[in-house]
Design a protein around this ligand. Sequence first.
Ligand SMILES: N#Cc1c(N)ncnc1-c1cnn(Cc2cccc(F)c2)c1
Length: 295
Amino acid sequence: MTAADLDLPLIASGKVRELYDLDDRLLLVASDRISTYDVVHPNGIPDKGKVLTGISVFWFDKTAHIIPNHYISATDGVPDKVRGRAMVVKKLTMLPVECVVRGYITGSGWKDYQATGRVSGIQLPPGLRESEKLPAPIFTPSTKADEGHDEPIDLERAAEILGDRELAGRLRDVSIALYSHAAGLAAERGVILADTKFEFGIDEADPARPLVLGDEVLTPDSSRYWPVEGYEPGHGQPSFDKQYVRDWASSTGWDKAPPAPEIPADVVAGTRARYVEAYELITGEPFDGWLSRTS
Ligand SMILES: N#Cc1c(N)ncnc1-c1cnn(Cc2cccc(F)c2)c1
């Protein structure tokens, strides 16, 4: 699968997203590409990009009272070719720290905890089980790696990288406030928000140089969502959106090294259904509503 190939200057491209230049703004495009075990499959999931964009727009609206964000529009200025899966956003000076908040101990955090009893330098109580809810959400920042995985850092190192101890503390406080608010709303809808990653920037176009929430926000690609039904500490939890395709990938005997296998039509359809279900559970709205609002 290729990038959206728009007649716009491409600024950046990730595994599943592209960023285009609109002079004083940017166009953030979510593709239908899907990666499992950090490898992108040759065929995508129809409407995945639209689901993730719709979820971001939902959360930008629900969190704007906590911190301003870069979202401008999902219609005005969006080329027809990517309508519904692209956002016009403010051009920010992005901060070089990934702001991860964990409400549950899992993934790389679980591995660090098993090895050291700590995550990103934060001492946790002994005896926690995998996937257990933490006594309180923790801020576990990481550096942005160009290749490979981001490196976990503690708050002091984040302050050094930012060159601003107060800003590091603000990123921690705002990230935890955003996570806690979103986790509360998700819980009301029967979904556990286990952890998430925020990215922030400075809006230099504003004389006040405010801190602004950027990137995608609280999507299944930047977060771990688990169904409350069946939640059980002591082992890994099924990913709300990707478990279906991960289970298939594991059943094929694929060694998880590139190239990733082509996803069969039935697994594509089942995965699309999980993404649409995630949109409707998280937002409380029918997915068709997003498509009609942006078509
Ligand atoms: N969001 C945002 C943003 C902004 N509002 N202003 C300036 N820069 C960025 C920006 C730069 N890199 N990224 C990550 C990224 C996102 C999407 C696709 C990619 F390839 C890479 C985000």
